[in-house]
Design a protein around this ligand. Structure first.
Ligand SMILES: *Cc1c(COP(=O)(O)O)cnc(C)c1O
Length: 397
């Protein structure tokens, strides 16, 4: 196999196409698919050396595989991280990054506005193993400061948040975490690596659900943890090898090819989201619209400071509660009802009855997830078709 040299000096668009590529003796243009569980060795001596870590090469696809390596290397160069481990799903990345470094007696602080399953891990799962957690209003820096304890080891947030698209101050929260001797883990799914680089803002670990924009065409699940070499070596490497939340080589190959078009897709989806947001913002049937790319976003100044552009997602509240929101969703002819996001197909979801139905009505109200709230993920369709579709669907709401 021949390796592509360092692409660190290149811009993101170039890295997305070339970083990390390995070529076999056939010199293929497109990265080959290595659908193999294991690897064979030239001799027993070579096998011994490889197990001792003295001979570079692959051992077993739970540990690594050429496709997984290519995907990890491309993401490392894009994100500006030192090391990474790809995982079977985004939730495997979140669970591993949070759980693997901790032990009973440790404490976690997290922003309460987060993806439903992440909240389950922090709020329900960790305490069962003696790891306490405090949930804070992520926008309130004083709450972060007050929640820090001597045994706080990890702070966790996502920004923009799901589904209400609040933008949290990553740099300030990283400073609070570090002052208290903790690390900051950022779930960067909604921002994408194209628009936000948490490591450069002071975060220690970045995780993605690659299922979303990185695949971008609704095919595979996947996730990745990106950080320093030391964090991976000390906390993640052995945990992943021995417990096995590894990415499948096939999925790694699909996601690697997804990265080639990530930049153009996210740019197009963001432009479309901005157009749809502007078209819907003053619609008489909509009481509230949140889009991080608009000047009326509550944290517009922070968006300018820490993100390179808005988002591929919009949140809005239809007047008339759940019944009106459902009438609108059911009348849409292009945007499809799905709890996924980041897809080439525009998707709409009703968080109160899907991703956040597990929460009590009070907890939902606290997060701003009302019965009329709809989340829209812009796809690659023509913006005018999507706007016309919303216009006819809102008539029926
Ligand atoms: C989807 C998602 C996850 C979980 O990813 P899966 O690949 O579905 O396991 C985690 N965080 C955020 C913000 C997500 O949108």
């Amino acid at each position: 196999m021949s390796e592509t040299g360092s692409t660190k000096r290149f811009r993101p668009e170039t890295k997305l196409v070339h970083s990390g590529a390995l070529r076999s003796q056939f010199g293929e243009t497109s990265e080959a698919l290595f659908l193999t569980q294991g690897f064979i060795y030239d001799s027993a001596e070579q096998c011994e050396a490889r197990f001792k870590g003295e001979d570079p090469g692959f051992l077993y696809s739970r540990f690594s595989n050429p496709n997984i390596s290519m995907f990890e290397r491309r993401m490392i160069e894009l994100e500006g991280a030192e090391a990474a481990r790809a995982t079977a799903t985004g939730m495997a990345a979140v669970t591993t990054a949070i759980l693997a470094p901790l032990k009973a007696g440790d404490h976690v602080v997290a922003a309460k506005a987060m993806f439903g399953s992440c909240r389950y891990v922090v709020e329900d799962l960790l305490p069962r193993y003696g790891i306490q957690s405090t949930l804070v209003d992520g926008l309130d820096l004083d709450q972060w400061k007050r929640a820090m304890q001597p045994n706080t080891k990890t702070c966790f947030l996502e920004s923009p948040t799901n589904p209400t698209l609040d933008v949290l101050d990553i740099q300030s929260i990283a400073e609070i975490a570090h002052k208290g001797g903790a690390r900051l883990i950022v779930d960067n799914v909604f921002a994408t690596p194209i628009w936000q680089s948490p490591l450069s803002l002071g975060a220690d670990v970045v995780i993605y659900s690659a299922t979303k924009h990185i695949d971008g065409q609704g095919r595979c699940l996947g996730g990745i943890i990106l950080s320093s070499e030391a964090f991976i070596a000390e906390h993640i490497h052995n945990f992943m090898r021995q417990t096995g939340p590894s990415m499948s080589p096939f999925n790694a190959w699909v996601l690697l090819k997804g990265l080639e078009t990530l930049g153009v897709r996210v740019r197009a989806q963001t432009e479309t989201a901005a157009k749809v947001a502007n078209a819907l913002a003053s619609h008489p049937k909509i009481s509230r619209l949140i889009y991080p790319g608009r000047a009326d976003h509550p944290q517009a100044a922070l968006v300018k400071k820490q993100m390179r552009a808005g988002s591929t997602l919009i949140g809005f509240e239809v007047k008339g509660g759940k019944a009106a929101a459902f009438r609108c969703l059911n009348a849409l002819q292009i945007s499809r009802i799905s709890n996924n996001l980041g897809d080439a197909k525009s998707l709409v979801t009703h968080p109160a009855t899907t991703t956040h139905q597990r929460l009590t009505p009070e907890a939902r109200a606290e997060l701003g997830i009302s019965e009329g709230f709809i989340r829209f993920s812009a796809g690659l369709e023509h913006a005018d078709d999507l706007i016309e579709d919303f216009a006819q669907a809102l008539e029926k709401a």
